[in-house]
Design a protein around this ligand. Sequence first.
Ligand SMILES: C[S@@+](CC[C@H](N)C(=O)[O-])C[C@H]1O[C@@H](n2cnc3c(N)ncnc32)[C@H](O)[C@@H]1O
Length: 208
Amino acid sequence: MTMSTGETALKSRRKLRLPNLQNIPIALFFKEFCKHPAMIGSIIPSSDRLIERMLSRVDWERTRVFVEYGPGVGTITRPILERLKPDAMLIAIDTNPDFIAYLKRTIADPRIILVHGSAADIRSILASHDLEHADYVLSGLPFSTLPAGVGPAIMRETYAALRTGGAFVVYQYALKVLRLMRPYFANIDRDFEPINIPPAQVFWGWKD
Ligand SMILES: C[S@@+](CC[C@H](N)C(=O)[O-])C[C@H]1O[C@@H](n2cnc3c(N)ncnc32)[C@H](O)[C@@H]1O
């Protein structure tokens, strides 16, 4: 009996044991960037140095509710979980269902709640878990390429969702996001991380 070309290809694929690209974070990230460049905004995930810098000012002892916008393949999600206290929780929100499905497959931690939705709905997402405020919100969102109106709505809702004394942690490749932050956050700290592709600005907007 002779095999069709399709059967032969399937057989050699099985023999080679080709990995499923959906399970390789960098491959999944790049594939999703090609499909939705404006929503992802970056060709590769954040560097360890940038993550360390963003998380360096968080008061982990006092943090009970941490929110992450745009976790992607979880590059920052995992370091947050490493620092988070056992009785605290992390709510990670992403509009991309493939990223949320990947995170559900690969992170088994009772402290994380993975939400397929928009950061603009932060307050109703918190309310659906009987929460009024977040201590910190960290954004991985590409503010400069989001659809019109989405950035200002996210800024307004995030400010309302934060507890007094909490902070909105934002990294961006340009200073433009400051225009969105300033109407809400009177007190903004700034820093810069050169070891990232591309080098990134970091902002902490404190809710006084
Ligand atoms: C640059 S990627 C961030 C990846 C990851 N946090 C990192 O730093 O490596 C931006 C992420 O934001 C998500 N995103 C875009 N718009 C969003 C929105 N309105 N709400 C929540 N997530 C959004 C995208 O799907 C994508 O996962």
